[in-house]
Design a protein around this ligand. Sequence first.
Ligand code: AMO
Length: 439
Amino acid sequence: MLRTHSCGELTKKNEGKKVTLVGWVKTLRVQGKVSFLLLRDRDGITQCFLNDELTKKTSDITPESVVLVEGKVKVRPDKQIRKDIKTGEIEIETSKIEIISKAEVPLPIEVEEETTTHIDKRVDNRFLDLRRDKVNAIFRVRSKIAQHTVEFFSKEGFVNINSPKLTESGVESGAEEFKLPYFKKTASLAQSPQVYKQMFVISGLERVYEIGTVFRAEKSHTTRHLTEFTGIDMEMGFIENEHDVMDVVENYFKYLLTEVSKSCKEELELLKVKLNVPKKIPRLDISEIRKILKEKKKNIPEDDDLDAEAEKLLSEYVKEKYKCDFVFALNYPWKKRPFYHMRPENNPKGTRSFDLIYNGVEIGTGAQREHRLEILEKQAKEKGIDLKKMKFYRDIFRFGAPPHGGVGLGLDRITEQLLNLDNIREAILLPRDPERLTP
Ligand code: AMO
């Protein structure tokens, strides 16, 4: 490796040691004949002192250039300890400095922690935007969320699957498909792994999950919609009802928030986020929610979904009453749900379904699925779908299908809500929306 240490690693214990650091130039402050260079890498920042000779040699260094610094670790006097950086008790007495890659000036966006640059311009220059600690921290947290998700579902006996993204047609009514030429056919990019996760439960794996890309040709311009996002999907067999699925989802979020609190301490502190691990997530029937919202002057007709404002108002109510950031909304109207959701025996207008709302935004949808082929066919017909045309999906219910259910969650939305970000584009490295196909 080019370096002996990272820029966040050195302490006074390393006093006198000869080290080599490599990183980006955060700032170069010239003071008279000498100068101070702040060198940054993924681990932190180290101050390097340059004497007059090196200062002269490096007068053309530009911010964000990559440089290599050799020198000795010097302990700073107590009064001069820098509290703003974690290596503040030391500095490097530089003996050699080499420019490895000089950055052009001016930079297309500023690389300052606090910036007013619009998210669109930041995404255009995402590789530079990520050099800001706070942005970098978001993606370290997102990576940990994915890691703890794998841990949780593995621990619970779920098998990780990868289902095709090039498909013949989707099943998510309401969500538009991206069509593309596929040799002599037309293919659709998968809007969800729905049919496959059901298939693999029924095939005998019983419990499956997938973290994978989901495509939706939605012309939405909101702070919560993307045309390409990462789904966390799970499906489980032999359930009694949708509450068994919710139990697993509840345990998942308890585990996730507990683990992220531990593994992302520094990042959460930097982003000023305090996680509130749920004890018990309230489960409210949609009819009860309608009443609650009515009192807040928000009318939701009987056959309608909760809109973004309703989800926000509901979350505020739950936060106050149950001290919880999450809420399950149950029993959505059949009119608004896909054909594969099971309907309760005593209420054909409802479904054995739920949404999970986290700090005012829907982050998950789940349900018990209809596993009885005759009823499934009837339900599909009601929605104008001929199941015979989806032969491979219909077939999975013909040879022994256990009662089952599952949930689809969005990794981007979970990250957005967990970190209190104001736009889903902050939670994904390179967002895709109706206008954006680059970088
Ligand atoms: P649904 O369509 O509600 O359900 O999607 C599940 C979850 O995926 C996320 N999501 C999105 N995230 C970003 N941009 C979008 N355009 C977008 N659309 C959805 C949300 C949402 O809660 N098959 C069912 C799930 C199931 O029943 O298992 C489905 O796809 O977090």
